[in-house]
Design a protein around this ligand. Structure first.
Ligand code: BES
Ligand code: MN
Ligand code: ZN
Length: 502
């Protein structure tokens, strides 16, 4: 989808559908919409008065206006209450709008930028959220369908109407950024939607190769032999049951001074998690094609920092494997020697994410990192603890956690912290090795993070558990059914904020 920015009168813009966003309990329409209302002879005000349009979040009313404006139709979308307004409401309203546009087979739409409360009154942020909402709401995945009639209904262009020509540059800046972040999320959704017989470890390597063509990115891929030499027992152990060989991908973006320490991102990339010998139940097992979400998000983030030309150094690490049972597979009770030198008793081969991440984190410590962030569909316990609303966050550095919380609020992909107290390690004690890879019944998200913490030393580190947020059971404003790509915008927003020194 092509996103453009124009300034000028909303009443004269020619488009299939003009979108006007309105708040709940607004007495009069905001000044950007009043001229439209006037041209329509007060129709919008009448709809308010009669209660037909209340402005509740994501409520819509579609009007055919018979040539009274440049636009063929007007779509009213509710933003909810002014007092509790957030940027995420803007995203959702725009996601709702594009879905309506697609429904009526509109080829183009235009949208007036809404007034927002002072606290979020940054025009570029509003424009960014609008662009993100449009791309997220418009997303669909039809690669494996043979009937493409639905695709032909695609909305081709969206125009954001800047409130004045003086503001056009700010709006354009925000819209560009929003486009980059929205496209990053859609890239992740694509990767996760591909079935695991296509998105194999080798295909992830191919995707990384494509990304390495962007400017200032270097790629290194370690094969099994190289991994053996280094002693990556965790990744090798998880990958050994599959006929698809594991890989370790290193993507390096150098946008900052040579001496500047890099931010290192580590993403869990299990292209299919069958559970291994500790086989999962078959119900919903197909969701485990998305167990590479973390890795896809790291790829997307590295691509985005390059496209945004951020002045910083970022390294992305992807331990990539398929977790399968088989004659060579790791068995419960096996002991692995990890890259860090520590030994792990594998009591459950389905707790594989922490094994490959442990090697990723140990590798990260060798890169003189400024900080390390890992992101992973790590535990079903994340769903029990937080439901599918918040991303679980655990880490060892207050400043890094605070910055992540800020990026969460900015992006709408919010994080919630869980404790990482020493007592939790008791659950991970093994009778034969330095630790085992599963804890007891309680605190599963925490014991998984506790396990990881043993491989990062005292480098500033944050772990993000996206197991509960990575899949949507239903279609809503900014999601389609299936992979959500949640966490992508969080990571990139964190990097943008960091590059801006905030
Ligand atoms: N990939 C799963 C976690 C997961 C579950 C992601 C559901 C998305 C949806 C992970 O590898 C896993 O199997 N974790 C186990 C750990 C347990 C064996 C300690 C789990 O959470 O059940
Ligand atoms: Mn598993
Ligand atoms: Zn897994």
């Amino acid at each position: 989808m092509n996103i453009q920015v124009k300034s000028g009168e909303a009443t004269s813009v020619t488009t299939d559908m003009l979108v006007c966003l309105g708040y709940e309990q607004e007495k009069t329409w905001s000044k950007v919409i009043r001229p439209i209302d006037k041209k329509l002879g007060g129709l919008l005000t009448d709809l308010r008065k009669s209660g037909e349009f209340s402005g509740k979040a994501n409520q819509t009313t579609l009007l055919h206006i018979n040539g009274k404006l440049g636009a063929k139709r007007v779509l009213l979308v509710g933003l909810g209450a002014w007092e509790t307004m957030t940027l995420d409401r803007v995203r959702q309203a725009m996601g709702t709008a594009v879905k309506r546009a697609r429904h009526i087979k509109a080829k183009g739409m235009a949208c007036v930028i809404p007034d927002v409360p002072k606290a979020i009154d940054k025009l570029d942020q509003v424009a960014q959220a609008m662009a993100e909402g449009m791309l997220l709401g418009d997303y669909r995945f039809s690669e494996y369908r043979t009937d493409h009639t639905e695709d032909r209904k695609t909305l081709q262009s969206c125009t954001l109407l800047a409130p004045s020509s003086a503001s056009q540059a700010r709006v354009t800046l925000g819209a560009k950024r929003g486009q980059t972040l929205g496209e990053a999320t859609c890239f992740v959704r694509d990767m996760c939607n591909h079935p695991a017989n296509v998105m194999k470890p080798s295909r992830v390597v191919a995707e990384a190769k494509t990304i390495a063509k962007e400017s200032k990115i270097r790629l290194k891929v370690l094969d099994r032999q190289h991994m053996k030499k280094l002693g990556m027992g965790g990744l090798l152990g998880v990958g050994q049951g599959s006929i698809e060989p594991p890989h370790f991908i290193i993507l390096e973006y150098s946008g900052g001074p040579k001496t500047q320490r890099p931010v290192v991102l580590v993403g869990k990339t299990v292209t299919f998690d069958s559970g291994g010998i500790s086989l999962k139940p078959s119900e919903n097992m197909e969701h485990m094609k998305a167990d590479m979400t973390g890795g896809a998000e790291v790829l997307a983030a590295v691509r985005a920092v390059s496209r945004l030309k951020l002045h910083m150094n970022v390294i992305g690490l992807l331990p990539v494997a398929e977790n399968m049972p088989g004659g060579r597979a790791t068995k419960p009770g096996d002991v692995l020697t990890m890259l860090s030198g520590k030994t792990v008793e594998v009591q459950n081969t389905d707790a594989e994410g922490r094994l490959i991440l442990a090697d990723g984190l140990a590798y990260a410590t060798r890169l003189k990192p400024a900080c390390v962030i890992d992101i992973a569909t790590l535990t079903g316990a994340a769903m029990v603890a937080l439901g599918n609303v918040a991303i679980g966050m655990l880490g060892n550095d207050d400043a890094l956690k605070a910055a992540m919380r800020q990026a969460g609020n900015d992006s709408g992909e919010r994080v919630w912290e869980m404790p990482l107290w020493d007592e939790y390690f008791e659950q991970l004690r093994s009778d034969v090795a330095d630790m085992r890879n599963i804890g007891g019944r309680g605190g599963g998200m925490i014991t998984a993070a506790m396990f990881l913490s043993k491989f990062i030393g005292d480098h500033p580190w944050v772990h993000l558990d996206i197991a509960a947020t990575d899949w949507s059971a239903s279609e809503c404003a900014c999601f389609s059914k299936g992979p959500t790509g949640t966490g992508t915008r969080l990571l990139i927003q964190y990097l943008i904020n960091r590059a801006n020194g905030s």
